[in-house]
Design a protein around this ligand. Structure first.
Ligand SMILES: [Fe+2]
Length: 421
């Protein structure tokens, strides 16, 4: 029942097939899972209609876990601190159980955020249905940030009703959420630096555009455009994919609250058939637009909330299309439009961690090692010394980025990254 406990979880992702869209981009086909997920969603709806009660004296969390084990899901025991990477068969990192910062106050701050949200839980429960019964589950949620949705002609802030706005204005909570967002973004930069560069570059172009300086960002210094606050008492998502997010971008989920992660609150990735223990204060990063995911409920004496950070897919298209809709670009700048269509097929390789596996810095180092061998062919001792030195240089260059960004923020990230090369 327990998945292998190494720092890398590997999957064949056999259910994922990619098909060209009409403009040469890629979309993911997950038909094989759709039926199974539909049944699970139906079960979750029935359990909710039944008041989410325990099942014949058995805790609802235990019942949910038993169902997963009987369907062949595997348990990942995770302390919520040491990072574990999600890696496909080609060695591409496509997600990470990132952990939490080496900061003694982190857990307390996250619990303070939970307490602030708990004070608003009753008011949140009275929000309209769109907030309390949505495709992600049956708990109150409020989205804030910047977006560009189908039908929009400009990037804009998500519109909040008065009651929603009142529930997301607490300054202390916003401050804590900003520090969490900083950790989310730093972690993406550590595990998928090219992806983070892509996200940051796009959002900075929008932030600097003279027509959009009035947008209100969740974190004015951050790059993730959207945030969802999921209110107590028992946040547990039903199987879903966040299809409006950018397809290959990672979404960050931070779980908070007083609950025992051994007995409930697991993060389930259905494409991998894994149920991951997900303790309070921990961060998980996944490409949420194409992986089916959900949570196991917590025990009825436990309480759980969460905060998620993401970027809207529409924003990237809008920015790439010279801050226009695609149809407007085709009319106004046909050459630019043709160029954008050409670029679409290149995007499928983005989001991986190539900086650590094929860096340009490794090529000169290999050339240096090769020349050294040729020059010193008659002196085997010197050859061995130079080869050892070259090997050390390769390791140092490849890990240098993580040394700068990761050592302070992500405990264990260095050894994990090196171990995966
Ligand atoms: Fe999600």
């Amino acid at each position: 029942m327990v998945a292998k406990s190494s720092a890398v979880l590997q999957t064949e992702m056999s259910v994922l097939q990619q098909l060209n869209t009409q403009h040469g981009g890629y979309r993911v086909k997950v038909e094989k899972l759709d039926g199974e997920m539909r049944d699970m969603i139906k079960d979750a709806k029935a359990a909710h209609a039944d008041g989410g009660k325990d099942d014949g004296g058995k805790d609802r969390a235990a019942t949910a876990l038993e169902k997963l084990w009987s369907n062949g899901y595997k348990l990942v025991e995770w302390d919520g601190i040491n990072p574990i990477l999600l890696v496909d068969t080609e060695g591409t990192i496509f997600g990470a159980l990132a952990g939490q910062p080496k900061d003694p106050g982190w857990s307390k701050r996250c619990m303070r955020l939970f307490d602030i949200m708990a004070e608003d839980a009753d008011a949140a429960a009275k929000l309209p249905k769109k907030n309390t019964q949505h495709r992600r589950g049956f708990y109150p949620a409020i989205d804030t940030g910047v977006t560009f949705a189908p039908g929009d002609s400009k990037a804009h802030n998500l519109r909040l009703e008065r009651k929603e706005a009142a529930l997301v204005e607490n300054k202390e909570a916003l401050e804590i959420e900003r520090s969490i967002q900083k950790f989310v973004e730093t972690s993406i930069d550590v595990f998928a630096p090219r992806l983070y560069g892509y996200i940051k570059d796009h959002m900075q172009r929008l932030q600097r555009h003279p027509d959009y300086t009035g947008l209100r960002w969740n974190d004015p210094h951050g790059a993730m455009s959207g945030k969802t606050r999921n209110f107590p008492w028992c946040v547990a998502t039903v199987p879903h994919r966040d299809v409006m997010n950018m397809a290959f971008a990672w979404c960050g989920v931070v779980a908070i609250g007083p609950y025992n992660a051994i007995y409930g609150g697991h993060f389930v990735i259905h494409n991998m058939k894994l149920a991951i223990q997900f303790p309070h204060g921990a961060l998980i990063l996944i490409p949420s637009a194409f992986l089916w995911h959900s949570n196991v409920p917590v025990r009825h004496e436990d309480h759980r909330a969460s905060v998620t950070f993401y970027t809207s897919g529409g924003l990237y298209r809008f920015i790439d299309n010279c801050f226009m809709r695609e149809s407007d670009l085709a009319e106004a700048k046909p050459q630019e439009y043709a160029k954008r269509q050409e670029e679409k097929h290149l995007r499928r390789d983005m989001g991986s961690c190539h900086r650590y596996t094929s860096s340009s810095t490794t090529i000169p180092t290999f050339v240096f090692a090769f020349l050294t061998v040729i020059i010193n062919l008659g002196r085997p001792y010197l050859v061995r010394c130079y080869l050892l030195l070259s090997y050390g240089l390769i390791r140092l260059f490849a890990a240098s980025k993580s040394l700068i960004d990761g050592i302070v923020f992500v405990s264990g990230s260095i050894s994990t990254l090196i171990a995966t090369k």
